[in-house]
Design a protein around this ligand. Sequence first.
Ligand code: FES
Length: 357
Amino acid sequence: MAHEDDALERASYKPSPGLAVAVNDPVRNPELPPHRARMTDKDPAAMTRAVRAVYSLFYLSVAASIWAVAAYMIFPIESGRIVDIRNNNLFIGLGIGLALLAIGIGAIHWSKAIMSDKEWIEPRHATRGRDETRAGAVEVFAVANEESGFGRRTMIRNSLIAALAASVIPGITLFRGLAPQNSPENPNAGDPVYLLSHTMWEEGMRLAHDPEGTPIRAADVTLGSAVHVIPAPLAELSHHDGYLEEKAKAIVLLMRLLPEDLIEAEDRKDWSYDGIVAYSKVCTHVGCPVALYEQQTHHLLCPCHQSQFDVTNGAAVIFGPAARPLPQLPITVDDEGYLVARSDFEEPVGPSFWERH
Ligand code: FES
């Protein structure tokens, strides 16, 4: 009986005005509200305005992409100045964001105000690769092409193509930042400079307590202690001058062990001072601060994903996802007994993906 009722209902269905039926199969009336014409359907001037708005948005996207590329040149990170790096990130990000936003808004406006909003009733049926089905699919594409106006509305089509093409250019430009740069002081120097590989440590720079900036005497570092250390001049930097950015790269942990407990490579024997060693505090996994020191085992633990590093053995990884040891800061003492760096780190600090070269 139910089948007969369904058949009767389907046979009596008539699509309401404004509804189009995709195929000839009889279907239930979904009782959609009557179709309401949009302003752009009734008023040609409104349609013209909508078309203009859409292609203006797409061209705005092109302009934003060009701005992103220009920002890369105007604020070169090669200068090494924190303010330039910050502006570089800010304005490139704004350019790319605006470019994608304009494409998105333009596409939505196009579909809402210009493309046909005729409602379709599409009956469900088994998906089969019949010839009729395939012919129907081709027909749907043809209708969609016609209704979207993609073929006819050349201004919108061309502006969209330009916007999409321009939107990938900033991304390509950014890859340049991964390439080695020549030194800003000597642009013709043969040795490339990896900007992200350097911190503010340099030869003779005193090690100081974080955050006060008080220099540390070797004699004051007690056996078994772990001290959070920054370069002494960092304490003088204001936040505006990049205090946090420099600290994020340069911060180290200082520990004192019995000298006989240290296993040091031949070429690193002078990197420690009387059992005092300094290692980057930035985890080589994804950059969390490695802040937990286990005095008894001489292990450093990263709280984020539990990587453990053996301080007695060059901070080698003994557990967890980190792929390489914590970089060691070579240290010694100056004439007054204060701990000083022998040089910058010899390898990039932080996550291992910096080790591209
Ligand atoms: S960031 Fe240290 S283990 Fe993941």
